[in-house]
Design a protein around this ligand. Structure first.
Ligand code: ADP
Ligand code: MG
Length: 646
């Protein structure tokens, strides 16, 4: 190969190499491996430090990949000078170095420190170092400081740590070196208090990245990178992290704590305010509801006190929980009745059953105020439940029925008197016939006493007529007297005949056609007087209903039906609407001006006393039929009775 080719190859190398080194993907980084907190390898062997973090941030901006080479200081410088590295992470600016490398813009002001044992009383300034042993790092600017002082004995190490170690082990009287690194190692060894810094900041110098002389491209990137770090706050953050007295993590932690506390306080305040306003609103609501409730209670009280009934409420066991004015007056009670047991206030009330019942229901009835007294009370007792349907007590209402009872009794008596009037009129008529017959016999007696036939007829008819009169009188007495049912066999046709006999004159006068279809053998077992009263009532009603009818016909039919005997009284009177029928048998239901409304009520009662029943059928304007049912009479007995009577 000739010289020309060598020259070209060399040129290519020179041209290619720096380009590769500065703009290539991998940036070879060298640094002093024992210079905390600027650059060091930590206990895990990881590369760390302020300078390291700065270059990492810049590399990230530019897309460099970093290849770290932790070295002794002098080796690091040598690597850079010999092109084995692209950048040296931290170098103090000196004119000597400026001739062989290029510096980036300064990112720190470095200074040296003079460190002596605390007990030392000789060394205060650099001038006092004569004849003393001073530990320094080789190649460090600190070394330059003391080199010129005469008779100084230098103890040189390759790095700051070893130099400091010499001081701490007592091999040196003083140490000159990096202020922050010294503090770092002393703290780490826990010996900060054993040494003092005699001269604060010695020789403040710019501290910067160094690149090989002429690598402007990389220099430019480093400078721009640093500027970017200043602007975006990364520099400040890293500075705080490595040099501020308090760890930024700690301050950060404190800041977070304070923020959290402020937020918590704010939440508490908001919550308190909310609770307070809510409370206020609730209070207001409660006040309003209470007022409404009080109004309601007052209203209920008024209603309760102004009813005519005595009202009490009891708890489940029967103790009084509420009582109205009427009840107080009625029972002549004082105020302190609340809580007392009802049985002590109203022993007359039959309470045992209701209070002991598991499934409570309504009770109703009457009781006498005192034994033998005419005062009668109606009581009504109903259980009441709370909102969840639990039985919680009783409502008891009492009404004085004495007056009503008295009135009722009077009306019953009146109705009886009216029927009695009819009866008496009928009886007068009835008695006349037998009396006439007897009178005739008596008048003929002197003349015909010897006549055989006359005597026979007299002996047959007179007792018969007298028996008839006797029966009429007995009916009359039965009617006015209240006594237990006197059951006997009653021949229906005979009974119907005797009732119709009572009305014979009236019916003749009013031109009422009478149809009777009652078989002679029909016999019922009943209290004759009472059944007669029923028939009288029905015939009376029928005649009254037909008063205005053009064609008056009274029909009485009887016959045997399944299980009993049926007797129907029909008329061709005014009739009734269907809705009137259910009310007929209620006491005092009447449509007549002079009516009392007890006829059908009593009839119904009598029929039920007999185990029978009464029913009405009616068509408005056409007529009405009342039907009575009686239980079937045993045949044999009826024959025996008939035989006896005959
Ligand atoms: P009173 O005869 O005193 O009115 P009742 O109890 O005997 O009382 O009858 C009640 C009511 O039933 C009568 O007022 C009448 O309206 C009606 N009533 C009873 N019987 C008849 C009937 N045969 N035809 C039409 N209405 C009748
Ligand atoms: Mg009547």
């Amino acid at each position: 190969m000739n010289r020309r080719w060598w020259a070209i190859a060399l040129l290519a190398l020179v041209w290619l190499y720096p380009a590769n080194a500065s703009a290539g993907d991998v940036l070879r980084v060298v640094f002093d491996k024992e210079l905390p907190p600027f650059s060091y390898t930590d206990e895990h062997g990881d590369v760390s430090g302020f300078n390291v973090d700065l270059i990492r941030a810049i590399a990230e901006q530019n897309g460099f990949e970093l290849e770290f080479m932790p070295l002794e200081w002098e080796d690091a410088v040598s690597y850079l000078l010999h092109g084995k590295a692209d950048v040296l992470l931290g170098m103090k600016y000196t004119s000597r170095y400026d001739r062989v490398v290029d510096f980036s813009e300064s990112f720190f002001t470095m200074s040296e420190v003079l460190l002596v044992p605390k007990a030392d009383s000789d060394i205060y300034t650099l001038n006092h170092l004569k004849e003393k042993v001073v530990a320094v790092q080789r190649g460090n600017t600190g070394m330059d400081l003391v080199q010129d002082i005469r008779r100084v004995k230098l103890l040189v190490s390759f790095n700051q740590r070893d130099a400091l170690d010499n001081l701490m082990r007592g091999r040196a009287d003083a140490f000159i070196g990096n202020r922050w690194t010294a503090a770092y190692f002393l703290d780490k060894a826990g010996r900060r208090d054993d040494f003092v810094m005699r001269s604060g900041l010695i020789n403040p110098t710019d501290y910067a990245f160094a690149v090989r002389e002429g690598n402007y491209e990389l220099l430019d990137k480093l400078n721009k990178g640093l500027n970017q770090l200043y602007r975006d706050g990364t520099y400040t953050r890293l500075y705080s992290q490595y040099f501020e007295p308090y760890s930024p993590h700690v301050t950060d932690w404190w800041r977070k704590l304070v923020i959290a506390l402020v937020i918590a306080m704010a939440i508490v305040v908001v919550t308190l305010v909310t609770i307070f306003t809510w409370n206020k609103r609730l209070q207001e609501e409660v006040r309003r509801q209470t007022a409404a409730l009080a109004d309601l209670l007052a209203f209920q009280r008024k209603v309760l006190d102004n009813t005519e009934s005595a009202i009490l409420s009891l708890d489940v066991s029967g103790h009084v929980t509420l009582i109205n004015q009427v009840a107080r007056r009625l029972l002549s009670l004082s105020d302190d009745v609340l809580g007392r047991h009802i049985s002590s206030l109203l022993p007359q009330l039959p309470l045992e059953t209701p209070l002991e019942q598991l499934a409570p229901r309504q009770y109703e009835g009457e009781f006498q105020w005192e034994p033998g007294s005419i005062r009668v009370f109606h009581y009504y007792m109903a259980p009441f439940a709370n909102a969840s349907h639990e039985h919680v007590g009783w409502i008891v209402s009492l009404q004085d029925r004495t007056e009503q009872k008295r009135l009722q009794a009077r009306l019953v008596a009146q109705e009886k008197m009216r029927a009695l009037g009819q009866l008496v009129a009928g009886i007068a008529h009835e008695l006349r016939n037998p009396l006439t017959a007897i009178k005739t016999f008596v008048e003929l007696l002197p003349k015909k006493l010897d006549d055989e036939r006359f005597r026979a007829e007299l002996l047959r008819y007179v007792p018969e007529e007298m028996e008839r009169m006797n029966r009429i009188l007995e009916d009359l007495l039965d009617y006015s007297r209240a006594k237990p049912l006197q059951m006997q066999n009653v021949e229906l046709r005979e009974l119907v005949g005797s009732v119709l006999g009572l009305f014979a004159r009236r019916m003749e006068r009013e031109q009422v056609e009478v149809v009777v279809e009652v078989p002679g053998e029909l016999v019922i077992r009943a209290d004759r007087a009472r059944v007669k009263q029923v028939l009288i009532n029905l015939v009376m009603n029928a005649l009254e209903a037909m008063a205005a009818s053009p064609r008056k016909r009274l029909t009485i039919r009887a016959g045997g039906v399944a299980g009993g005997v049926e007797l129907a009284v029909g008329d061709t009177g005014e009739g009734m609407d269907p809705e009137e029928l259910p009310r007929l048998f209620q006491p005092f239901y009447t449509t007549k001006a002079q009516g009392i409304g007890l006829g059908l009520y009593l009839s119904d009662r009598i029929m039920r006393e007999h185990g029978g029943r009464i029913e009405a059928n009616s068509a408005k304007g056409k007529g009405t039929t009342f039907t009575l049912w009686f239980e079937r009479q045993e045949k044999e007995e009826s024959h025996a009775q008939l035989a006896h009577r005959g």
